[in-house]
Design a binder for this molecule. Structure first.
Ligand SMILES: Cc1ccc([C@@H]2N[C@@H](C)[C@@H](O)[C@H]2O)cc1
Length: 449
């Protein structure tokens, strides 16, 4: 073990109530909104291949012209309650909202810079009505904050000169001030989601970032901060030089999912996912492969089956309205969650071998197992393998608990649950209970010898 001062300060999952609640969310919403939503991936009629929220960095776009978009920010169709209602309809239990993306434009009236909504035609705070609306909807709010800030004169990609160092010191104080300001203005926020922390300038600030993280945790006890905020003194990010996760959960699952439980190293984690291939901010061109509700539901099931949460991104338009395609997805996912969310909320890795028909989840603190079916076996028999001495009882469709499904033990601790559901067009859930005293329930048929 390497002696670290600024590595991880805790190993393993946080045991407190705030983190237990986070662990049970299952499904979340990401909101990427800011000035980049105004051009929407297009500039002078030209579209680029990059991500729309990165348009300022694209060739051929004068930075100062992009920066003047602040004078066009007037989202007349912005309706915080409508956004929260969409998230509620979808079944999201938390939302991560961009307070400031890489371009440095603040959606709250920060007193540490002029580059905020206060100096736009809109004038008003955007974050406050959003936090209030989501809180009222019972959806926990996490504040996204980009450390990298292209608008601040003190930002540097690396510290090469004394002048860089002096400028960056000012930037570090500015960052600290804004984070304390956010937690003070929006005290109900449950977490901070950091981004823009990969450049050398910030990676070299192990001590400062560690002290700042500890200061924020003292200011807001229980606050949830992921693995992307800070590096250890050897520049190691997400996992410190001893391989221990820095922060409360792993934040590396961006536009990708773990395949097996070993991939998550016993840590909490969530996956943040775009609906198009790689667009977080609003992009007019809704092109390439657009994920269907079916795919997004499967990613949610897969995430929860591996002990994580799934966070689906929305990129509202420059006028503040959510695009119709995203509203449609929220409705479709919500319709599925209305019937099946018991297999998602407050569920965890079931410690069972994955089978071809889909994913297992287990209700936290109970012996209820859920089988989330995405591929129906032609013979209608769903294979389940249990650890030795563990029995299985009362298998039933989640949507129809009165139906007792036949359970056949085909060999030691391996069963077929039979369910013919030929009309299924949507993923569905079978549920059963395990008990550790296998002899006690004989309600399955012995394999016909
Ligand atoms: C290379 C790269 C940098 C930043 C990102 C940002 N993280 C996502 C959560 C979005 O905010 C995206 O702009 C994505 C890829």
């Amino acid at each position: 073990k390497i002696n670290l001062v600024h590595g991880a300060h805790r190993d393993g999952k946080r045991p407190d109530e705030a983190m237990k609640k986070w662990r049970g969310y299952g499904l979340g919403q990401f909101i990427h909104w800011g000035l980049y939503a105004i051009p929407g991936g297009e500039w002078n009629g030209k579209t680029y291949n990059g991500a729309a929220e990165w348009i300022r960095s694209w060739d051929g776009i004068p930075k100062s012209t992009y920066d003047s978009l602040i004078y066009k920010f007037n989202p007349v169709n912005f309706d915080a309650k409508a956004w929260a209602a969409t998230a509620k309809q979808m079944g999201a239990k938390y939302v991560t909202i961009t307070t400031k993306h890489h371009d440095g434009f603040c959606l709250w009236p920060s007193k540490y810079t002029d580059y905020t909504v206060a100096n736009s035609p809109w004038k008003k705070d955007i974050i406050k009505p959003l936090v209030d609306a989501y809180d009222a909807a019972g959806i926990d709010v996490i504040l996204y904050f980009s450390v990298m800030d292209w608008n601040h004169p003190g930002w540097r990609y690396d510290i090469k000169t004394e002048a860089d160092s002096i400028a960056f010191e000012g930037f570090k104080q500015f960052t600290r001030n804004q984070l304390i300001e956010l937690l003070t203005l929006y005290p109900t926020a449950k977490g901070l989601w950091f981004d823009g922390t990969w450049d050398k300038s910030w990676v070299k600030q192990a001590a400062f970032a560690d002290e700042l993280e500890q200061e924020l945790r003292k200011l807001r006890p229980g606050i949830i901060i992921g693995s992307r905020f800070r590096a250890d003194e050897y520049g190691k990010r997400h996992f410190d030089s001893n391989g221990v996760l820095i922060g409360d959960y792993e934040q590396g699952w961006e536009r990708k999912l773990p395949e097996k439980i070993a991939d998550v190293h016993g840590n909490d984690w969530d996956c943040v996912m775009t609906v198009p291939e790689n667009q977080w901010g609003y992009n007019k061109a809704w092109k390439g492969h657009i994920k269907t509700a079916f795919e997004l539901i499967e990613m949610t099931a897969k995430s929860v089956s591996l002990g994580g949460n799934f966070v689906m991104n929305f990129g509202p338009q420059g006028d503040g309205a959510i695009r119709k395609e995203e509203l449609q997805l929220a409705k479709e996912i919500g319709d599925w969650m209305k019937v099946n969310s018991e297999a998602i909320y407050n569920c965890e890795y079931a410690v069972l071998d994955k089978q071809d028909w889909g994913y297992f989840t287990k209700k936290t603190g109970s012996n209820k197992i859920y089988m989330l079916v995405f591929n129906t076996p032609i013979n209608g028999k769903y294979r389940v393998k249990l650890p030795a001495k563990m029995g299985i009882s009362m298998a039933a469709p989640l949507s129809n608990p009165g139906v007792k499904l036949k359970i056949e033990e085909i060999k030691a601790n391996e069963y077929f649950i039979e369910f013919n559901n030929p009309s299924a067009k949507q993923p569905f859930v079978i549920t059963f209970e395990t008990d550790t005293d296998k002899k006690s329930n004989q309600n399955y048929e012995k394999a016909k010898t």
